[in-house]
Design a binder for this molecule. Structure first.
Ligand SMILES: Cc1cc2nc3c(=O)[nH]c(=O)nc-3n(C[C@H](O)[C@H](O)[C@H](O)COP(=O)(O)OP(=O)(O)OC[C@H]3O[C@@H](n4cnc5c(N)ncnc54)[C@H](O)[C@@H]3O)c2cc1C
Length: 382
């Protein structure tokens, strides 16, 4: 049985970054992954363009029981540091929307990461089945035999996109050593809902979503099963356990606007007035078959109509998140309150570390999750 200074479970974004760090620190490193290739999620991320960072990454863009946990790791390795890394590795990139950076090819990011991790032993097609600790070392049991490591880094990611390799072993190891797990759930995903009925599939519009005091302004896309698009993805990583409120006419006072239209275009059917501000099919839905001209609407009817479009209350019973297989990330995971944000070491078991998505840290849409993988792995002190 070969012994290593550091064993890393998971050759994903955080695991490979951690391997590079450990190699640079002159440690003997073994990275075990059940997949045939390392960095499979990175390779498909951003639709093959890998949205590898967001220079706005700070704790305000992360969710979980304790987003403050991200402060230190993100301060020590920021989105700007990641851009410097890309530049120094000749990874060509571009800014797609403000502060959101994509690589011209995800492959280039994969190659650069593997270049940094040269010297680590990659043991692929090998599934970790369990771990136990001797007096000094960790013994990692796999379907390819046992491995021994002085230090153990758990970088097993979340439960999303099973076809790219997922397993709950990271949570099991955490529990075994006394850690609390915040129940995992899908994040960055669409929602099933019947609130709008069917028939809008493919229609998109800008919406405002209010969750507590927070407001999301972004595009929403109707799908054949419900609602998706950036606004819904962003809502899905926040705490929506008490529901949320949607406004389909952001940036205008809908009641004032309708009263104004009543004066300006009294002979126009309300359906046609609404389609000046909403996609036609959505306008028809809210006109609800009423063929009257807007002049025939009393003000209180216009008020009701504006409320229907701008104050759409989604209670928790009104929507279901898509399943893990269709969610980009996993919210929940290993409770960060029992991990040191300085070293990523467990406060309960010396020599055991957790990084990346296995932790209860979920980033917003826009490169924040990969930045968390880099920053948390970079914070390792092993
Ligand atoms: C389709 C898709 C697109 C995405 N695009 C972006 C994007 O553009 N920008 C962004 O910021 N984020 C994106 N994400 C999210 C991002 O990829 C993840 O947050 C990130 O990869 C998490 O890194 P990680 O190292 O924690 O886990 P992962 O990259 O998921 O790696 C975990 C590794 O652990 C291995 N593993 C698990 N259990 C075991 C076991 N028992 N034995 C052996 N190996 C095991 C897995 O095989 C896997 O290789 C995307 C996600 C998906 C699914």
């Amino acid at each position: 049985m070969q012994k290593f200074d550091v064993i890393i479970i998971g050759a994903g974004a955080s695991g490979v970054w951690a391997a590079a760090r450990a190699v640079a620190a002159k440690k003997s490193v073994c990275v075990i992954d059940m997949g045939a290739r390392p960095l499979r999620k990175v390779a498909v991320s951003g639709g093959g363009k890998c949205n590898f960072t967001n220079v706005r990454a700070n704790h305000g863009h992360y969710f979980g029981k304790n987003p403050e946990f991200t402060r230190g790791p993100l301060a020590r390795f920021s989105g700007h540091d990641m851009l410097d890394w890309a530049q120094s590795h000749n990874v060509k990139f571009y800014e797609k929307t403000p502060e959101r950076y994509f690589a011209e090819s995800a492959r280039a990011v994969v190659d650069a990461l593997l270049h940094d991790a040269r010297g680590a032993n990659f043991v692929l097609n090998t599934r970790v089945l369990g771990v136990h600790k001797n007096s000094d070392d960790f013994v990692i049991a796999t379907n390819g035999g046992d491995f021994i490591g002085e230090k153990l880094v758990v970088a097993t990611g979340g439960m999303s996109y099973a076809n790219l390799g997922v397993d709950d072993i990271g949570y099991k190891i955490a529990k075994q050593f006394g850690h609390k797990i915040i129940p995992p759930r899908p994040g960055l995903c669409a929602m099933r809902t019947n609130v709008f009925g069917a028939g809008f599939s493919g229609v998109s519009l800008n919406v405002e979503i209010k969750i507590g005091h927070e407001i999301i302004l972004d595009e929403m896309l109707f799908t054949h099963f419900g609602i998706g698009g950036p606004a819904i993805y962003r809502a899905s990583v926040r705490d929506i356990s008490h529901g949320f409120v949607m406004n389909l006419l952001p940036g205008r006072d809908a009641f004032d606007w309708l009263k104004q239209q009543k004066k300006l275009q009294p002979k126009k059917q309300v359906k046609n007035i609404l389609s000046d501000a909403l996609p036609e099919r959505v306008a028809e839905f809210f006109a609800d078959g009423d063929t009257r001209n807007i002049a025939d609407f009393r003000d209180n009817e216009l008020r009701d109509l504006s409320e229907k479009m701008t104050n759409i209350k989604f209670s928790p019973a009104d929507f279901n998140l898509q399943k893990f297989d269709a969610a980009e990330i996993t919210c929940g995971g290993v409770d960060t309150r029992e991990i040191s944000s300085k070293t990523m070491e467990s406060k309960l078991c010396p020599g055991l570390y957790f990084i990346g998505e296995v932790l209860d840290i979920a980033g917003d849409l826009g490169g924040f999750n990969l930045q968390w993988a880099w920053s948390s792995a970079n914070a390792l002190e092993i």
